[in-house]
Each structure stands twice: as structure tokens, then as C-alpha cells.
Design a protein around this ligand. Structure first.
Ligand SMILES: Nc1ncnc2c1ncn2[C@@H]1O[C@H](COP(=O)(O)OP(=O)(O)OP(=O)(O)O)[C@@H](O)[C@H]1O
Length: 291
């Protein structure tokens, strides 16, 4: 794969250099589905990736390149056809059983008959946490995402952005060291989206959680990430990794979006997409407009 430095692209060894504390290590991961008529669909091929503890990594690439598939394999919602995935040194299945990660999708997926607080308490309830502890943990997480004053309301009484913050609070309830996020802000308006991005960085600075973040938006990937992983269309492969040297999660303030370093990283990601697939223009149209 290509590791694109701030100055120029350079070749690096494909095997991930991961220490024992790595949040995610994927080695030689492939996933083949059986498509319509039984013909195989190679969604992923030879994916090597490591994500360090506390690191924020975005996956970007054209539609159908396997971003969600890779995230689902890390979450143990599906199994790879080849290769291995480790989450904090365990198999993905063991990490799932150990609640090592929280997951957030584009749709908040809240239960409409439960209050905000009861939605956040749900995973704790399912894993047998006592009532008092559940309540205080839910309140703590809802305060973290700025929703302490709506704990007793129902999801339909909240805006889309607020619902997504509840989903993030729910994902954080069990103190995961890893957040898996699949286009979590994709359905939000641009203003709310930017606010949510900033809030996510604040949460990461506080919890030190690692994040694997799927997005179609180049600016979103750059603003959030320590590294942006660029993927090619089928078979999905990693074609480039762009490091983003804009400081840690706690240092990324809104003004950064107008910084020359930010624009330069956006350009590097766009070029890496272009080199890998020729689809950078498409990715830009799908949410990566560079205003
Ligand atoms: N359950 C499945 N059965 C068959 N094919 C599948 C299945 N899930 C995914 N695929 C195929 O695998 C490929 C990768 O899909 P995936 O959803 O991971 O892509 P993506 O990069 O997340 O796409 P998008 O950006 O549009 O969300 C696609 O060709 C898709 O049609």
C-alpha cells in the first residue's frame, strides 16, 4: 500500500507494525460474498491494517469498496473468508463478548418506546449491570454528549443530531476502548455534522477511545483522523494511507477547518483516492464538497 507523507507519496511494507496494545490488527483479510446467481463478490482482498490504541482512523473510498464490510468484520458481525482480525489482542469474537467496542451506524437505531436514558442503559441492562450503576453511567454518558437535560424524553422528541448523540452515548456506555462508526453523521445537515465531529473529538480526548470511522467525506475524514485509509473498488483493497498531522483529538478546534495544513491534507487524500481508484471526484460529490 502507499503511505502518503506530507511531502510526497512513498512505498511502505504492507504488513502492519502493531504492538501488543493495538486496538485493531487485520492481517491478510479477505471477504467473498455469494452474489446474485451464485457468482462470487470479492468485497475485500488482502487487507492489512493496524489501528493503535487511542488512534482515530477513517476509511474512505468509493461506494462498494468494502468499508462497511471491513467494519462489520472488526465488530464480529460477519466472519472473514481469509485472514485474521484481532481487537486488543483477542479474536474479534472474544472482543465482542468482552464488550471491547461500541458501534454507531448512520441510523441512530433507538428504541422509540424507551426514554433517552433507558436507551443508553440498554446494553448495560443486557449485560446484567445493577440499576443504580446503570442509571449513573447513563447520566454520565448523556452529560458527556450534552444531553443531560433530555434524559426523560423519547427519541421522537429529539432532532436527528440529538438522536445520534444518544446513539453515541449508548455506544460509550460500557466504556469501550474502541468505537466503530459507520457514516454516523451521514444523515445530518452540514452544521450539525460539523458540531458532531467536534463533539466526537472532545469525547475521544476524554475517553482515549480508538475510533474506526467510515465516511464518504474527505474533509470529515481529515478533520477527525490521525490517519486516513484509502480503499479501492472491488476487490476492496487498501491503496494508500494518509497521515494527518494536525494535532491530537483535544487540539482540533473548529478553526482548523480553515487552516492551510487542513487543506493540504484534504488534497493529499483526494490525490490518494485518485491514484488508487480514479474515483476522487465521486467521493467528493458524495459529501466531500470542499467549501
Ligand atoms: N451480505 C452481502 N451479500 C452479498 N454481497 C454483499 C453483502 N454485503 C456487501 N456485499 C457487497 O460487497 C461489496 C462491499 O460492500 P460494502 O457495503 O462493504 O461497501 P461500502 O464501501 O461500505 O459501500 P458504501 O460506501 O456504498 O456504503 C459491495 O459490492 C456489496 O454489494
Amino acid at each position: 500500500m502507499n503511505e502518503v507523507s506530507t511531502s510526497q507519496a512513498q512505498r511502505v511494507e504492507p504488513a502492519p507494525a502493531a504492538g501488543p496494545a493495538a486496538a485493531v490488527v487485520a492481517r491478510g483479510v479477505g471477504k467473498t460474498f455469494s452474489g446474485s446467481g451464485g457468482s462470487p463478490v470479492v468485497a475485500l482482498d488482502g487487507v492489512d491494517l493496524s489501528v493503535a490504541a487511542g488512534e482515530i482512523v477513517s476509511l474512505i473510498g468509493p461506494s462498494g469498496c468494502g468499508k462497511s464490510t471491513l467494519l462489520r468484520l472488526v465488530a464480529d458481525l460477519d466472519r472473514p473468508t481469509s485472514g485474521t482480525i484481532e481487537v486488543f489482542g483477542r479474536t474479534a469474537a472474544a472482543a465482542r463478548a468482552n464488550q471491547d467496542y461500541g458501534i454507531v451506524f448512520q441510523s441512530a437505531g433507538l428504541l422509540p418506546w424507551r426514554t433517552v436514558r433507558a436507551n443508553v442503559e440498554l446494553p448495560l441492562e443486557l449485560h446484567g449491570t445493577g440499576r443504580a450503576q446503570r442509571r449513573s453511567r447513563a447520566l454520565e454518558m448523556l452529560s458527556l454528549v450534552g444531553l443531560a437535560d433530555v434524559v426523560d424524553t423519547y427519541p421522537h422528541q429529539l432532532s436527528g443530531g440529538m438522536q445520534q448523540r444518544v446513539a453515541i452515548a449508548r455506544a460509550l456506555a460500557e466504556e469501550p476502548s474502541l468505537l466503530l462508526m459507520d457514516e454516523p453523521f451521514g444523515a445530518l445537515d452540514e452544521m450539525t455534522r460539523e458540531r458532531m465531529q467536534s463533539e466526537l473529538l472532545t469525547i475521544c480526548a476524554q475517553t482515549r477511545a480508538a475510533v474506526v470511522f467510515v465516511t464518504h467525506s474527505i474533509p470529515e475524514a481529515v478533520y477527525l483522523s490521525d490517519r486516513v485509509v484509502v480503499m479501492s473498488p472491488r476487490p476492496g483493497r487498501i491503496t494508500g494511507i494518509v497521515p494527518v498531522d494536525l494535532g491530537g483529538a483535544g487540539e482540533r478546534v473548529d478553526g482548523l477547518r480553515e487552516d492551510t495544513g487542513f487543506f493540504s491534507a484534504v488534497t493529499r487524500v483526494r490525490e490518494a483516492l485518485h491514484d488508487g481508484s480514479g474515483h476522487s471526484a465521486q467521493a467528493g460529490r458524495r459529501g466531500g464538497d470542499l467549501r
